[in-house]
Design a protein around this ligand. Structure first.
Ligand code: HEM
Length: 80
């Protein structure tokens, strides 16, 4: 279980399109095995592609991946 603390990036309890934005709390870290066959990604399907997911973690973790590194991660996950 990991809490990515995404509420760092928005103001919790704000209402957007009649939905209240709340922190997710700890979420189970899914296995990446066979990941290419199970879009959309994250527990609520907010990310449509693996490239989106790599970009999501690039921003959330602040790791500043190059385009080559992002492409390599997607290629790796496509092979799992
Ligand atoms: C560049 C590095 C990373 C990549 C490419 C990556 C990839 C992924 C992918 C593809 C998923 C979606 C799985 C699915 O929906 O079935 C996922 C989910 C998740 N990963 Fe990562 N991950 C990375 C780093 C991390 C790190 C460092 C952590 C922990 C600190 C982490 C924790 C999680 C959690 C908690 C979820 C579930 C989130 C949710 O459903 O809201 N990931 N990851």
């Amino acid at each position: 279980m990991h809490d990515l603390k995404l509420e760092r990036f928005y103001k919790p309890r704000r209402t957007v399109n009649d939905m209240v934005e709340l922190p997710d709390g700890p979420i189970k870290t899914f296995t990446l095995r066979g990941i290419k066959d199970t879009p959309p990604y994250l527990h609520d399907g907010r990310l449509m592609t693996l490239a989106d997911t790599v970009e999501f973690f690039n921003l959330v973790l602040g790791v500043k991946l190059t385009q080559d590194e992002k492409d390599d991660l997607v290629a790796y996950m496509l092979a799992l």
